[in-house]
Design a protein around this ligand. Structure first.
Ligand code: FAD
Ligand code: AMP
Length: 475
């Protein structure tokens, strides 16, 4: 028998589960198929983000940050702790319990909103039929939907001659579950994931070397921010080697031998573990049949227009499996927009104001254009900046490295980009996103009262500095 739904979602990550909840809220009968299984052998919604991405990485970043502060920063506050140690198993168990709370929470939300949760694989057939293969080896079920939302997410990229064995050569999943800090951890790729997971293990005692093929550090960030980040990470002991292309890696006994090419030629490095963090690719294996009508583009992404419609009528796609930044909040907003469009409402996403965050210490966050992009595009702009070292709150906290940098249109003063490196950057960027979404000017932010003493005063002062009227710095 064929089960009928208004909407069937394939994939229960932040793109898919959010789309399913919103569709159900809008009165559409909705099922969400997700094949992920948690450590307890049960269905675990939330996709990469909740299970092996955003949330577990932040849990470990926070644990390791506490440990680092305990060892390096608390003495300045007069707090002296003898014999501090870290129990990695407790840290990992805490991370797992955070993950379980959140994935279980999504199942609860499905129940509350009457979304049918289906644990297993989904495959799109022709005419919006979906084949569901349950996880627990039961027979396949045919679903008929008026609309299908594909939200199958992404998986780590593998590079030639570096084969994952999930013990010595690992991806994000392995790096979130190590049982001890490796003495020497190699990381291929100094992008967001490599920096975050490299920081975790470096703070816990590993000697971490990041091998990055590109000559520039954090090339997508604003160059001033990337420069400060490179300097601060080096001070912390992260060894970031730019222009270092990994050619191959192999496990020999209990270590990984890596061949690296840099400007001096080829050389060999040995590590106890090697984390491959060279980016992610859309996951479409087994998702589409030849006659389902959905096309992929040359990058292997599901091809969609600006409304997230695929080439098949009534089939939509969102999140990491389509174009655009691979970010959880981008996936969720697309999911909501698609549900609204299916329900006949208006919806639009402004990709220009999607914030980016890197949860290193200090954090890095930005929205809009970088200074180098504005130069390339020939846009006339003004720059304001403000260091956290000149904020009372940052100094009181003992956490005052970094700055806020604001770029505004030379003529109209509209804010075109804001770039932050420093404490609380991930939260501070929200104010800048809101201002940009309303097409606000630096003058608008400059006129708004910011509480004292807060880190947000750095945003305020950077806005004032755009017109050279900052109070707590030279102009
Ligand atoms: P996913 O979260 O990948 O979910 C897809 C789901 O679909 C999975 O559960 C998968 O099993 C399931 N699925 C796939 N195919 C099928 C099928 N045929 N049938 C049934 N189920 C299927 N982003 C941020 O914004 N902030 C961060 O701090 C952040 N940190 C990250 C840290 C790490 C280590 C990693 C790896 C990623 C991080 N990301 C972060 C990226 C973020 O996780 C992704 O952008 C986000 O999860 C994408 O959501 P999605 O719904 O498109 O896909
Ligand atoms: P991200 O896309 O932010 O996850 O970053 C991945 C990084 O890995 C990019 O900066 C790439 O330049 C880098 N990278 C890809 N392949 C290699 C390689 N073979 N050796 C070293 N770095 C690489």
């Amino acid at each position: 028998m064929t089960e009928k739904y208004d909407v069937v979602v394939i994939g229960g990550g932040p793109g898919g589960y959010v789309a399913a909840i919103r569709a159900a809220q809008l009165g559409l009968s909705t099922a969400c198929i997700d094949m992920n299984t948690g450590k307890d052998g049960k269905a675990a919604l939330g996709g990469t983000c909740l299970n092996v991405g955003c949330i577990p990485s932040k849990a470990l970043l926070d644990s390791s940050k506490h440990y680092h502060h305990l060892q390096h920063d608390y003495a300045a506050h007069g707090i002296n702790v003898e014999g501090a140690s870290i129990d990695i198993n407790t840290m990992i168990a805490r991370k797992d319990s955070v993950v379980k709370k959140l994935t279980g929470g999504v199942s609860q939300l499905f129940k509350a909103n009457k979304v049918k949760q289906l644990h297993g694989r989904g495959r799109l057939l022709a005419n919006r039929q979906v084949e569901f293969t349950p996880h627990a080896g039961k027979e396949t079920v045919l679903l008929q939907a008026d609309n299908v939302i594909l939200a199958a997410g992404s998986v780590p990229i593998a590079i030639p001659n570096v084969e994952y064995d999930n013990k010595y050569i690992i991806d994000n999943v392995g790096a979130l579950d190590l049982t001890e800090a490796p003495e020497r951890l190699g990381v291929i790729g100094a992008g967001v994931i490599g920096l975050e997971l490299g920081s975790v293990w470096q703070r816990l005692g590993s000697e971490v070397i990041l091998l990055e093929a590109l000559p520039d550090f954090l090339a997508t960030a604003d160059a001033d921010i990337a420069k400060q980040a490179g300097r601060l990470f080096k001070q912390q002991g992260l060894d970031i080697r730019l222009g270092s292309m990994v050619k191959s890696a192999r496990v020999v006994d209990t270590e990984v031998q890596v061949t690296v090419q840099d400007k001096n030629g080829e050389s060999e490095l040995s590590f106890d573990r090697l984390l491959v963090a060279v980016g992610r690719k859309p996951y479409t294996d087994g998702l589409l049949t030849d006659d389902c009508g959905v096309k992929l583009n040359e990058r292997g992404q599901i091809d969609v227009n600006d409304k997230s419609q695929t080439s098949a009528d009534g089939v939509w796609a969102v999140g990491d499996c389509v174009r655009g930044p691979m970010l959880a909040h981008k996936a969720s907003e697309e999911g909501i927009a698609v549900a609204e469009l299916i329900a006949g409402k208006a919806a639009h996403i402004h990709f220009d104001t999607v914030p980016w965050v890197i949860y290193t210490d200090p954090e890095i966050a930005w929205v809009g254009k970088t200074e180098q992009q504005l130069k390339e595009e020939g846009v006339a702009y003004k720059v304001g900046s403000f260091p956290f070292a000149a904020t009372g709150r940052g100094l009181a906290m003992g956490d005052a490295a970094g700055m806020v940098k604001m770029l505004a249109d030379e003529e109209t003063d509209e804010i075109l980009g804001v770039h932050i490196i420093g404490p609380g950057a991930s939260e501070l960027i929200a104010e800048c996103v809101v201002t940009m979404e309303f097409r606000g000017a630096s003058e608008d932010l400059a006129c708004i009262v910011h509480a004292h003493p807060t880190l947000s005063e750095a945003v305020h002062e950077a806005a004032l500095h755009v017109d050279r009227r900052a109070i707590h710095r030279g102009n």
